[in-house]
Design a protein around this ligand. Structure first.
Ligand SMILES: [Zn+2]
Length: 401
């Protein structure tokens, strides 16, 4: 395959095997027509981009029925308010500000700018999600972002002070197109700011569940500097995040226009010390994934042999990679409980484990819960005190089983 960024010839360093669409929860009638692809990550040692080889057609994943509304989560509401405040205080200056967000979802971030009276525009490919944003006073256009969209925005609204994104960039195969669009859209001293799951954290924690169809890339500061450096941008600030089991916020500006914070050098040095620029690191990651898989299967089989009931906790998109890679189906876990109504009474993609409402967990506690939403471990442990104190056992697949 060719690297999506620099066209260098690269080869996947491992395969997670046959994989369904991570968010493709389905009913038994849909089993026969379920879509599968092979999930294979690759690393480019020229531009440092960590990417998956094959990605299903984006139209399959982001259509009008796309189920995810960020607004439903209180945690995410707080996160995006803090994100917007941080951008506003640290990287915006002057009056008559104009802020654009790519993949603005239901307006959860932009409403914080709208509340400050800042001119804003959301660019969101899902029509029903965009409609929800408009209901909350967030101006939104329905399309994908690229050079043409950028030109259209500049004609109608003028150039922008900031182009923002959150958990969006890593979904976009044509990042060169995004960088070209950013170059058209942004004022001379404008900033491109986005955050996504962080490669350094993923390698450290062996959190391979970050790798699924929607995540074409997993970024590092090294790769972001390289990818956008090809289009005249440089990293000027970074902010490590706890969200999604470890994320990074990147701030880029045109080269030489704004000074860079010292944290940029610090994090780049730390990434080199971690070996994020070296193919050997990914060879070791492959071995770590295989060891993690073996341990998890062994543990679940021991539970089963001991006659203990195991139930999954949290039918996250990310858990699709864990369940399918490890081959965990209804043979090893009875069902998965989840609070999201749209997933309930359906089955998980690929392994077809039944998803039941949250109450199915609390009304009849299992012996053991498999914590698939491991990145919310702290909140979940606090919420499920009653389960733990009556002897309930947790198995967390990540960071350490
Ligand atoms: Zn490359």
């Amino acid at each position: 395959m060719k690297c999506r960024i620099c066209q260098h010839e690269i080869r996947p360093f491992m395969s997670f095997g046959r994989m369904p669409i991570a968010n493709g929860f389905l009913t038994p009638e849909e089993f026969d027509s379920e879509y599968f692809f092979e999930l294979k990550p690759a690393f480019c040692d020229q531009c440092y981009a960590f990417q998956i080889e094959e990605q299903p057609d984006p139209e399959m994943m982001f259509h009008d029925h796309y189920a995810f509304f960020s607004r439903t989560s209180k945690f995410m509401q707080r996160h995006f308010k803090a994100y917007a405040d941080w951008v506003y205080s640290n990287h915006l200056k002057g009056d008559d500000l104009f802020v654009v967000e790519i993949g603005s979802n239901d307006g959860i971030m932009l409403e914080n700018f709208a509340n400050r009276g800042v001119r804003h525009l959301g660019v969101e490919p899902s029509a029903n999600v965009a409609e929800e944003a408009r209901k909350h006073g967030v101006e939104t256009i329905v399309c994908f972002f690229g050079s043409d969209t950028a030109k259209g925005i500049v004609e109608e609204y003028g150039q922008s002070d900031a182009l923002l994104a959150a958990n969006v960039m890593c979904h976009i195969p044509d990042l060169n197109g995004i960088a070209e669009g950013a170059d058209i859209l942004l004022k001379d001293d404008g900033v491109l700011i986005f955050e996504d799951p962080y490669l350094g954290a993923m390698i450290k924690k062996t959190s391979y569940d970050q790798i699924y169809d929607e995540h074409v890339f997993i970024f590092s500061a090294l790769s972001v500097a390289s990818i956008f450096g090809r289009h005249g941008f440089e990293l000027i600030d970074l902010l490590p995040q706890e969200t999604h089991g470890g994320s990074m916020r990147y701030v880029l500006a045109r080269k030489g226009v704004r000074g860079a914070s010292s944290i940029v050098c610090e994090i780049v040095d730390a990434e080199k010390a971690q070996g994020l620029h070296l193919p050997e690191t990914y060879e070791q990651f492959r071995k770590d994934c295989e060891a993690s898989k073996a341990r998890l299967i062994r543990l679940l089989e021991e539970e089963k042999a001991a006659g203990r009931r195991v139930v999954g906790y949290g039918a996250t998109s990310k858990s699709t990679t864990i369940l399918n890679y490890c081959g965990i189906g209804a043979n090893l876990i009875e069902f998965i409980s989840d609070t999201t109504p749209i997933k309930q009474n359906k089955c998980t993609p690929g392994m077809h484990v039944p998803v039941k409402p949250y109450e199915a967990f609390t009304e009849d506690y299992p012996d053991t819960a498999l914590l698939l939403a491991w990145n919310h471990q702290k909140e979940i442990m606090a919420k499920e005190e009653a389960f733990s104190s009556q002897g309930g056992k947790w198995i967390s697949p990540i960071p350490e089983i």
